[in-house]
Design a protein around this ligand. Sequence first.
Ligand code: C2E
Ligand code: MG
Ligand code: MG
Length: 565
Amino acid sequence: MFKSKQIQRQRQVLVVDDQEINRDVLGLILEDDYEVIYAENGREALEKIQENLDSLSLVMLDLIMPEMDGFEVLETMRDDEEMSSIPVIVLTAEKEAELKALRLGAADFITKPFDVHEIVLARVARIVELSEGRQLISAAEYDKLTMLYNRNFFFEYANRLYTYHPELHLDAVVMNIEQFHSVNALNGREFGDDILRIIGNEIRAFLSETEGIASRFDADRFDIYCVHQDNYHAVLERFQNKVNSISPNVNIHLRMGVKPWSQEVEPIVMFDRARAACNMVRGDYHHPLMIYNDDMLMRELLNQRLLNDLRSAVDDKQLQVYYQPKYDIQCEPPKLSSAEALVRWKHPELGMISPGSFVPLFEGNGLISIVDDFVWREAAQQIAAWKEKYNFTLPVSVNISRTDVFDTTLVDRLKELVEENGLDYSNIKLEITESAYTENSKGLLDLIDSLRELGFAIEMDDFGSGYSSLNMLSSMPIDVLKMDMKFIRNIETNETDRRLVQLVLDIAKYLNVPVVAEGVENEKQLEILRNASCDLVQGYYFSRPLPADEFEKLIEREIATERDR
Ligand code: C2E
Ligand code: MG
Ligand code: MG
């Protein structure tokens, strides 16, 4: 814990309370560090404030008192130019009163019976210090709904704590509500607001037991800057239990990310990392807590690097397109029917980077469109080049990322590529991952309709990896289904997987949609799929993704086979 003595100087504090016992307790807590003066009611308080205008650092004010209550004192102080600059901490036992007091300009509150003494002292010290730096820091500003600090004030405050009180070793904690928009949509905004208020109240209760500050950063994100807690599982559980107890009939899940204190990291970065940790457990109801660790730091540094390097990667031709064939296995021998364009990044220092490491990163910030644009362009030119060189048309599918889908110029961009390269629309196929379908159905369906009208074939990628159900297939406008690799992986040994694959194939057949099985690595898998009347196969068994010049051998072989067919 912190050493409160170090951070306090002799300042004058006025304690206002009609109960002698309360005055005594506060006096005891404060007297070592402050010169304490007392008043028994509001009227006396205002007199004392007037008398000590120049020396008074803080007023600690009870709300319910005879003669003149605390609210009237607050109002009078707020409307007086000189008195309004003296901070007030309200002493209270009930929530409603707290909120009203905060709105009337109170800087903070302390609940009765008095919190842990160190905390009372620490809060007094903070408020005094903050108010002494008035030029730098604005008056406390609150989020209207939760009455926690608003984002700007919170970070101003946090920066000061970081700069002037490094001994506190404060952790950054970010808490979020899963799918808050659905909670709102299903139960109404008012319900959503209630939940936010309840969490806000519980955070303030938490901070009356432990040193720290908190803010509602935005909609459903709460930032807490507090002294280290030994068990963050318990902290999260506390909030979760509170929410459960208030709304037992609605499932609300909280998640939390923590960036433990470290000397060289400023609050803004600490909270970025806590947020990153919090985002990592999005949707993982079984493990809703993540503590930021070194791996994440390495990952973050790498991400930063990749983000910085992307532009030059395109300019310096570090990005390359590889092609992986898809074979029609109902022919004998199997027939090369198309290919998938897959991006590769040959980084001058980091070596070969697989798309798994950067596609999700660039999807997160829209930069993926730079990558995709490059890949689509290359692929379109390649199709044209092979047509020219071999008089052979090999359709190539390109991946459309989930964020490309929001790009209003997408249709025009693709159209342009086809026209510029003298292609037919059927030469380029578009792979859209299954999860994009579930994420933004309406907009996506409209987009797909216009793409299909032009003549593009749409392949649903990674089918079975997400949440779409088999019966959704019938309502989806798709031309080809790509079954996710995980179905194929154990198909030789696992009876259930085999039946599932058969089921998907049967339904697809019924719907008249050809299926591509991805990730086929051996003969046995191939045989099972062939017998289950799967049409197309993509996988290492036939070939890994290859650079264009190596892929040409497959085209040449195909042309030769074609002659013999
Ligand atoms: P995807 O579209 O499902 O692509 C198939 C992935 O499976 C490729 O990984 C491919 O190399 C891999 N694969 C193919 N056959 C086998 C096999 O037999 N065994 C195994 N274990 N893996 C196999 P890759 O190239 O690493 O790409 C990963 C993902 O990155 C792709 O999944 C796709 O979602 C994304 N991606 C790749 N290129 C692009 C691109 O240009 N744009 C966008 N937006 N995403 C891309
Ligand atoms: Mg794909
Ligand atoms: Mg796939």
